[in-house]
Design a protein around this ligand. Sequence first.
Ligand SMILES: Nc1nc2c(ncn2[C@@H]2O[C@H](COP(=O)(O)OP(=O)(O)OP(=O)(O)O)[C@@H](O)[C@H]2O)c(=O)[nH]1
Ligand SMILES: [Mg+2]
Length: 450
Amino acid sequence: MNQDTIAAIATAPGQGGIGIIRISGPESERILTEIFEPAGHRRSTLPESHRLAYGRILDGKEMLDECMAVLMRAPHSYTREDVAEIQIHGGLKVLDSVLSLCLRKGARLAEAGEFTRRAFLNGRIDLTRAEAVMALISARGEQEHKAAVRQMNGGTADFIRKASEKLYFLQAGLAACIDYPEEITEEEGAGNLRSGLTELISELSDAVDEHASSLIYNGLRVTLFGTPNAGKSSLLNALLGQEKAIVTEIPGTTRDTVEGEMMIDGIRICLTDTAGIRETQDLIERLGVERSEKALRSADIALLVLDGSRQLSEEEKKRIEALGEEDAVILNKSDLPGITTEETVAALRPGIPCMTVSALNGGTLEPIRSFFRKKAEVSDRLAVTQPRHLEALKRAIASLRDALNTLDHMTPDMAATDLQAAQNTLSEITGDRADEKLLDFVFSGFCVGK
Ligand SMILES: Nc1nc2c(ncn2[C@@H]2O[C@H](COP(=O)(O)OP(=O)(O)OP(=O)(O)O)[C@@H](O)[C@H]2O)c(=O)[nH]1
Ligand SMILES: [Mg+2]
């Protein structure tokens, strides 16, 4: 248990109907009784645990605000310590005054994520559930929200603990035949080690889906690029249903990259419109073209936008040929007579997805949306999604492979070190084994007050 008492504003900065100040630690009750006067009672009245009470916050004789306050005595609280929560009006100054009062009464300002860190250290939640709290708070898409809830409900921890148990079982067999060679033969103790390891590796590898993880947390990054005037900015605007980018008939209109987001099946599609690529003497446009190239490098998908009412230039033909496996072509301006068609594109690059649309007619854009839908498909049953967990899983798998390799070339007892390394890595995920550095890393991403 921590000895000091921490306090912080738990609600987001700015104006809001209600603002919450949270206090956790052994002094919570004393601080609350010193500053809170329940209606109809004296200030030092002992509050009943888990009972919301109406009253006033007083700094000496001065009233700072009306409030609702609750005391949650340990261990039935978020941190498993005594916790007090004070609901006041959500204004910067009033929250600041009440927080300062709590600090003067002996609380220390909480660090980012410190309440949740205490919940973890006091054994109320494992590390994956602690991380799920912040994942839930920062979720922007529906799939991100669902992944956070699965993790909060123990989906990740259960998966890792089951794997860890299987590994313990294999380790125990191996240890038994090493420690008691007279009683337990190698066949009895480690006979199923190889098959068990192979099974475990395959199970864990199936859970490592970095593509899905990137879709969930980063969204699908799509860059529109092509020759000036093809209609990239018009398409961005039409897809977003918003006039984000400037559109004119003058080639070279877009200079800076313009970004916008749309949602498809709970995944964020992050669209980037870029400056049309061409040789130019104009310094600003040239810098814009450099930005286009940078945006293309960081995209998951590049959409080459072409004006279907014109002949392809040699440059455009080369661009079609250079497209990556995930990329696609959009033939825009289908409201005008078609000169370049899907057949023209297919002849240059068989099999590349090609969609004929008109940015001026929203009804024609469905093929682009269904293209995104296909690319953004992600299972909503994944147990492990967060990058930190995936990275650790990959290390655990590598140690298990090392163990298999050791079994091939050496005696079984030599594999014990690799098995223990895998076991240690798995317990980093749930936090069963976590040093200060790891906890600092995890909780530094939290907001203050959580
Ligand atoms: N007829 C027709 N005109 C279009 C269509 N899409 C865009 N345009 C027109 O084409 C011109 C160029 O459109 P933009 O969206 O600015 O083209 P861009 O590719 O962003 O051009 P840059 O920013 O210069 O690279 C504008 O006059 C648009 O109104 C379309 O589907 N049909
Ligand atoms: Mg443009």
